[in-house]
Design a protein around this ligand. Structure first.
Ligand SMILES: Nc1ncnc2c1ncn2[C@@H]1O[C@H](COP(=O)(O)OP(=O)(O)OP(=O)(O)O)[C@@H](O)[C@H]1O
Ligand SMILES: [Mg+2]
Length: 473
């Protein structure tokens, strides 16, 4: 019986070493209107998949040469996992459950196969596959119009970023995202997660700069009760929390070197051991790392371990600064205004041409985050209608670049003219020290004699200040 509803052809690959099982199964599935191909074992299945893109794989587990486990592991690693139906012999339920857990296999069916049960599973698998294809098609169409998940950008460099994101998303390969602060590194990481088969799993982001070594390791790998002073309860780490999902290691260059070595081991073995723990836990997590540091510098001065870098940079995405893709500004404004209208219940329609002109002349050292902050203020002040120059900070666009740096900073010393306020002096000192430590915040906090947390609070304050007053500080 051919399928009655008009649906695109669904390719089914049947993998079984026993001809007496495989052939009747193929005949039955093909009589239901599916396009069927067969393979004797995992190796042949992999060979055939090149020419026969299967939507669904029905596979036996025990086979010579390459068994069903290995087949799915390979497909999973390539990110080309079609929907899979695993056939198991009676009594092998435990293995089957393990398969589903470890490999993300779709379903299992006990032998002898009940035709009705198989048909229901195939129909469901087919509709899931059709849905995934439709979503991908729409995403592709949208990205040509300058939208990819939550990112917008029609400029050539952003279109290039979109294209890499689309390519890397389906695989499990690690990704390293480099770019100045506010360029959208976290947004890219979320887009990769969203466009991967892990989208139903968790996305866990951890800021590697915010914590001292022991706490950082406990955050990443978890700890057992009593592992260190203050470890009152057993706690799962980010890797466990991100099981079957994606972890973003933000500001990787700031991670202590010892922790980087431990992280490398986790990446190599896909296993973590909680601090103070005896056994290891197997983790299936896709790792994305980001840094706003110059990677070459970080490698040269030892802030980023070379071995870890080579493990992580299977794909490297360099996010361009906003000033090098100014043609994106109008579309970004439109998108951000829509988001901000929604957030603040406002009804702003567009920018006055004079405002857009000022935006196009600005150098945006804080990148998209700065643009968003300037717009947020303007949307709130305007409330509705057109954003005018009067809705921007009073000296927006008057000067470009930071005022503090050239006035106060000389190599390795701070010059403080009379009239400098205490907070301006503090800011200048912090900036110079960060310059001296090549942005290593842990070292800068040490030199300044303040806690890392205080340093972060200060930097956050300066960031907000820069954006809300457009370098009036
Ligand atoms: N291409 C884009 N389209 C729309 N919004 C964007 C885009 N890029 C960045 N943004 C917005 O800009 C802000 C900053 O982005 P994000 O937090 O991803 O930057 P980041 O590079 O991780 O910054 P940092 O290094 O400071 O952590 C967010 O509000 C984000 O939504
Ligand atoms: Mg970030």
């Amino acid at each position: 019986m051919a399928n009655e509803t008009a649906r695109p052809p669904i390719n089914v690959l049947i993998v079984d070493d026993e001809t007496s099982q495989r052939n009747p199964l193929a005949a039955m599935v093909s009589s239901w209107g599916f396009v069927v191909e067969t393979a004797d074992d995992g190796q042949q299945a992999l060979d055939k998949l090149g020419a026969f893109p299967a939507n669904v794989i029905i596979t036996d587990l025990m086979m010579p040469r390459m068994d069903g486990f290995e087949l799915m592991k390979r497909l999973g690693a390539d990110g080309n996992m079609p929907t899979a139906i695993v056939l198991t012999a009676f009594g092998n339920i435990e293995t089957a459950i393990e398969t589903i857990h470890d490999l993300g296999a779709f379903w299992f069916l006990e032998k002898p196969i009940q035709p009705n049960a198989l048909r229901i599973l195939l129909e469901r698998a087919a509709s899931q596959s059709a849905l995934a294809e439709e979503t991908e098609r729409l995403q592709r169409q949208l990205s040509y119009q300058g939208v990819l998940v939550d990112m917008v950008g029609t400029s050539a460099p952003m279109q290039q970023v979109f294209s890499i994101v689309r390519q890397v998303a389906p695989s499990k390969a690690p990704v390293l995202i480099a770019g100045e602060s506010g360029t959208g590194k976290e947004l890219v990481a979320r887009a990769i997660h969203h466009l991967s088969s892990r989208r139903g799993g968790p996305f866990v982001a951890i800021n590697c700069a915010a914590l001292p070594e022991t706490l950082m390791e406990s955050e990443l790998f978890g700890h057992e009760k009593g592992a260190f002073t203050g470890a009152l309860e057993r706690r799962a780490g980010c890797f466990e929390l991100a099981q079957h999902g994606t972890i973003l290691l933000d500001e990787l260059g700031e991670m202590p070197s010892g922790t980087q070595a431990k992280l490398l081991r986790v990446l190599e073995d896909s296993r973590v051991r909680r601090l103070g723990g005896k056994s290891e836990i197997s983790v299936d997590v896709r790792v994305i790392a980001s840094t706003n540091r110059n990677i070459e510098d970080a490698l040269k001065n030892g802030d980023l371990r070379e071995d870890l870098y080579y493990r992580l940079n299977v794909f490297e995405i360099a996010l361009p600064a906003l000033r090098s893709r100014m043609s994106d500004v109008p579309l970004l404004c439109e998108t951000l205004i829509t988001q901000l209208n929604h957030k603040h219940s406002c009804n702003v329609t567009h920018l006055h041409p004079e405002v857009l002109d000022a935006f196009m002349k600005h150098s945006w050292p804080g990148n998209v985050r700065e643009l968003r902050n300037v717009l947020e203020r303007a949307v709130i002040v305007a409330g509705a209608g057109v954003i005018q120059m009067a809705h921007l900070p009073y000296d927006f666009g008057v000067s470009s670049g930071t005022r503090t740096a050239p006035e106060f900073l000389e190599p390795e010393s701070v010059r403080l003219p009379v009239g400098t306020t205490v907070s301006e002096a503090e800011k200048a000192l912090i900036q110079l020290t960060l310059q001296h430590t090549k942005n290593n915040k842990t070292r800068a906090a040490d030199i300044l004699g303040i806690s890392l947390k205080t340093l972060f609070n200060k930097l956050k304050e300066y960031g907000a200040e820069a954006a809300s007053s457009a370098e009036a500080s």
